[in-house]
Design a protein around this ligand. Structure first.
Ligand SMILES: NC(=O)c1ccc[n+]([C@@H]2O[C@H](COP(=O)([O-])OP(=O)(O)OC[C@H]3O[C@@H](n4cnc5c(N)ncnc54)[C@H](O)[C@@H]3O)[C@@H](O)[C@H]2O)c1
Length: 358
């Protein structure tokens, strides 16, 4: 079978990982490279000299391909999605699909109308540590009831190899990072959120224009309650991560975002480390994600991480922002895709208040 022909759109930091992952997958090849930045195109061409390059997505109409991989900033993807849909190309879009629920919902509808598969790059779901957590719940410690999720980081937004748009975007922590965490919670707790009570803030030393730190109390339909703290502007260079789930017969404790998984039964004196297959951070998860995308396009597996499913994680982000603005808990399910209920429309806040207080 001939390899899947991909057009990589956006050739910045994240694309560097994707180029390596695609290179290592014999089922895929890159035929097109799109970025308005000439240095970015030239750098990518060094790795894929046979690919056709272009400064904009007009290329999608001219080049024979099977799919696009969007590794662009989440703001302003309208033309990219439109071009992919018009050319009938499947879409693998980096998270978050958009920087608002309303825009993301529009993209999902556009892809569905064009009958184009749309998958979102939620690579953390594919980590061995995430998969193993599910089996620990099922086979060892029993059903989770509540949890504490802490992600503490001083993210140097000026680091040369880091993207720069989060420095100036609205709510960078929530849209760029917490989206992974919220998605993981939905995934491992196998339930949808019914309440998000959030607070977002920016400490005095923050280099980000808008809030880089988030606290939230999140409740899921199955009763699981999560105490969440996500920081991009902690004040120590050494990062901290702990995700501890309290379950029917004990606890699951993950001490690193990529691994370091442990469990303890109620009477155990110490944690038992769980062995995980060897993995390379940012690579193995993307390898598995790409394999899942290819399988879906070949028709050998269902599409995972669909754009429509992703809307539920994006609604958690939006609920958290609204909650912080209003000082009260918000049910993400109460947020529909109507632009009138977008943040910043004071007239609609009262409508949401009325509905959530019922
Ligand atoms: N899944 C993960 O773990 C992970 C990790 C890092 C980044 N990301 C995501 O990847 C995406 C890109 O992030 P990044 O760090 O590479 O950002 P970046 O700023 O380093 O790169 C983005 C690139 O897109 C280009 N671009 C901008 N507008 C474009 C357009 N209209 N058409 C084509 N190219 C355009 C820019 O010139 C730049 O080269 C974001 O959605 C981000 O959240 C995901």
């Amino acid at each position: 079978m001939s390899p899947l022909r991909l057009i990589l759109v956006g050739l910045g930091a994240r694309a560097q990982f994707w180029m390596r992952v695609i290179r290592d997958n014999p089922d895929c090849t890159i035929v097109g490279l799109v970025d308005p930045s000439e240095p970015a195109r030239l750098r990518a061409l060094e790795q894929w000299p046979d690919a056709i390059t272009a400064a904009d997505v007009g290329l999608l109409a001219r080049l024979e391909a099977d799919a696009v991989l969007l590794a662009t900033p989440p703001g302003g993807r309208e033309a990219q999605i439109e071009a992919a849909c018009a050319a009938g190309l499947a879409i693998l879009a980096e998270k978050p699909l958009a920087d608002s629920v309303e825009r993301a919902a529009r993209y999902v509808e556009m892809a569905e109308a064009a009958n184009v598969p749309l998958m979102v790059g939620l690579n953390f779901r594919f980590l061995p540590v995430t998969q193993k957590t599910l089996t620990l719940f099922d086979d060892t410690v029993g059903a989770p009831e509540f949890a504490r999720f802490t992600y503490e980081r001083w993210r140097d937004g000026w680091k040369p190899n880091f993207n720069k748009y989060p420095l100036t975007m609205d709510q960078p922590m929530l849209w760029e990072q917490s989206i992974h965490h919220f998605d993981l919670m939905r995934y491992v707790y196998r339930s949808e959120p019914v309440s998000v009570f959030g607070k977002t803030f920016n400490p005095g030393w923050s280099m980000y224009r808008d809030d880089a730190n988030v606290s939230a109390l999140i409740t899921f339909a199955n009763g699981v309650t999560v105490n969440y703290q996500g920081l991009w502007q902690s004040n120590w260079q050494t990062p901290g991560f702990q995700w501890r789930s309290e379950c029917a017969r004990g606890v699951v404790v993950q001490n690193d975002q990529f691994g370091a998984l442990n469990y303890a039964l109620h009477d155990d004196a110490v944690l038992t480390p769980v062995s995980l297959p060897p993995y390379e951070q940012w690579i193995n998860d993307a390898v598995a994600l790409l394999a899942a995308f290819v399988a879906a396009l070949r028709g050998t597996a269902p599409l995972l991480c669909s754009g429509r499913d992703h809307l539920n994680s994006l609604r958690m982000v939006q609920a958290c922002i609204l909650s912080a603005q209003q000082g009260q808990a918000i049910n993400p399910a109460d947020l529909d895709n109507d632009a009138k209920r977008e943040i910043g429309h004071p007239s609609t806040h009262s409508a949401i208040q009325q509905r959530t207080s019922l």
